[in-house]
Design a binder for this molecule. Structure first.
Ligand SMILES: Nc1nc2c(ncn2[C@@H]2O[C@H](COP(=O)(O)OP(=O)(O)OP(=O)(O)O)[C@@H](O)[C@H]2O)c(=O)[nH]1
Ligand SMILES: [Mg+2]
Length: 201
């Protein structure tokens, strides 16, 4: 029997979505293209979601091309990851969406499988808890039925991604590898991650 979340052909039963419409102002250059272990952060993140049958890249048209990923334009360009989530939920087939940014290069297939296996009936989101016990809304699963809520939040001026799903409909997953959640916002963050992945370099 296949593991829960995996279809008979080995693909996953959820859509992959990367939101990549940010400004990288803290990084100083486009962090999606910054190299870790010789490949761009965008590639690292994409590799973790390769088994998804549908893969969506939410970004300004023409900014990136990524083999096997369908380009999706932002519905509200420049309005942040919550707006990226709106575009992803709108473009995805009904069901679950694995949603991440370009700046979580430690994400792995095992990470997504853990989240997928934690889904419960009636849940609308699954989020990992970081080492300090805070839920991580980027690098999380969302159900497409959240779209009206996300749209209403954005219409009301809200921009915080962590409000995308109601807390009582969010499954929290403790004990994930902290390296999976390393977020790259600055060149220093990237250096630190390089050292974690390649001790001695
Ligand atoms: N589609 C989309 N994605 C966004 C937008 N803003 C940020 N993101 C993405 O959301 C993820 C997290 O971004 P942040 O690090 O918070 O923001 P950033 O704009 O990339 O970087 P800073 O300017 O340093 O805050 C990254 O993958 C960004 O590309 C947006 O307006 N639209
Ligand atoms: Mg960030």
């Amino acid at each position: 029997m296949e593991a829960r979340g995996t279809l008979p052909d080995g693909s996953w039963d959820f859509t992959g979505a990367i939101t990549a419409g940010g400004r990288s102002s803290r990084f100083g250059s486009d962090k999606a293209l910054a190299l870790l272990d010789g490949s761009p952060l965008l590639q690292h993140v994409a590799a973790s979601l390769e088994p998804c049958p549908q893969r969506l890249l939410v970004a300004p048209p023409g900014r990136y091309t990524l083999d096997g990923w369908a380009p999706v334009a932002d519905t509200r360009p420049g309005e942040g990851p919550l707006a990226g989530l709106e575009a992803a939920l709108r473009a995805a087939p009904d069901g679950w969406v694995a949603f991440t940014g370009v700046d979580l290069p430690g994400l792995t297939r095992a990470y997504w499988t853990t989240l997928a296996q934690a889904r419960l009936p009636g849940a609308l989101s699954v989020q990992a808890l970081d080492a300090t016990g805070r839920p991580q809304p980027l690098g999380a699963l969302y159900h497409t039925s959240l779209l009206p809520r996300v749209r209403a939040l954005l219409d009301s001026g809200e921009r915080r991604l962590r409000l995308a799903a109601p807390e009582d409909a969010t499954v929290m997953v403790a004990g994930v590898d902290p390296a999976a959640l390393r977020n790259v916002n600055t060149p220093t963050d990237l250096d630190a991650l390089t050292h974690i992945l390649n001790p001695g370099q």
